[in-house]
Design a protein around this ligand. Sequence first.
Ligand SMILES: Cc1cc2nc3c(=O)[nH]c(=O)nc-3n(C[C@H](O)[C@H](O)[C@H](O)COP(=O)(O)O)c2cc1C
Length: 388
Amino acid sequence: MPVITNIEDLKRIYHRRVPRMFYDYCESGSWTEQTFRDNVSDFDQIRLRQRVAVDMSGRSTASQMIGQDVTMPVALAPVGLTGMQHADGEMKAAKAAHDFGVPFTLSTMSINSIEDVAEYTRQPFWFQLYTMKDEDYVRRLIQRAKDARCSALVITLDLQILGQRHKDLKNGLSAPPKLTPATIANLATKWRWGIGMLGAKRRHFGNIVGHVKGVSDASQLGAWTAEQFDPTLDWGKIEKLMEQWGGKVILKGILDAEDAKMAAKLGADAIVVSNHGGRQLDGALSSIRVLPEILDAVGGDTEVFLDSGIRSGQDVLKAMALGANGTMIGRAFVYGLGAMGQQGVTTALEVIQRELDTTMALCGERKVTELGRHNLLVPEDFGGRWQG
Ligand SMILES: Cc1cc2nc3c(=O)[nH]c(=O)nc-3n(C[C@H](O)[C@H](O)[C@H](O)COP(=O)(O)O)c2cc1C
């Protein structure tokens, strides 16, 4: 058993074990990948204020996200094709999250279906919705999430059209992988992954295949998704979806103060400050850089979560100390899943919690809920002197 001390260790094992097509799918940003890189490097610009001679006993990372108790303010973000990173990936990641005491979000573009995850975990989870042109399908999808007792609907707003990631086009990304000579050569070196996949419950998009008329295999599905994402999604449509759902709603993909205000006005229970992990608008600012401005804009009218670039418990602490109510991680849990399945996701969460807890202690804090700007050293022009 390798000694895992940080998320980077999991990433190295993940790289070795998972087919290149799916590693590249995860480890890419759009176009030049500037935003993808900034998401991580901008966290490094914020420094921490060391405090000493403070009683650091009885520490707690526990908090709440949309009224739900969490052992730390870190939810698993929706990640498409998670079930291609590891057999039954969504079921395994959801179970690890629930056992750890943090929320799991199932993507519309998952391999395991809503029903698979509900049956496997027997716990409520969050469901992420991509809005499609086929309104009847969207209505039924929302009903399926209700029937599965999902405790929040996460509506993703930053992917009405797909950002281009060069490697996905070059690799011919598909689920299951198309067997070209290059894919076969690569798969031959990933025997552990292959054996797992032979026993997997599903190998194509479980929320779609069999639920949409005329889509019964992956080749038809490719064409269907390309033309199905709804480019007309606007605030009016979002409001209707929120009414249709009738429960807690999280609006994900907000990067602008005006959009944040609109989301709060609509009554979202939370927003996620996110640029989709640098996968959509290349050239957009990092999430951590825009967080303070968005917090100011919403002024406590809605909870504010942050994702994009979190690779450690220190990153979580920085977001929380700036004022976020919670965070989400995408790649950090996928690395764990691809490296070691369910145990790898648990390990990723343990690593992050340990880092968060130790950093809190060395900053002289005992509770994650009491972190604040006083714990940070933020460059004066961190928000940037950008002209609109
Ligand atoms: C491989 C991959 C697939 C993703 N698929 C989805 C998705 O299906 N729905 C969604 O709302 N966001 C999706 N995202 C974005 C994540 O929810 C999240 O915003 C992002 O991963 C956060 O950045 P991080 O990976 O740096 O933590 C995906 C991200 C990755 C890396």
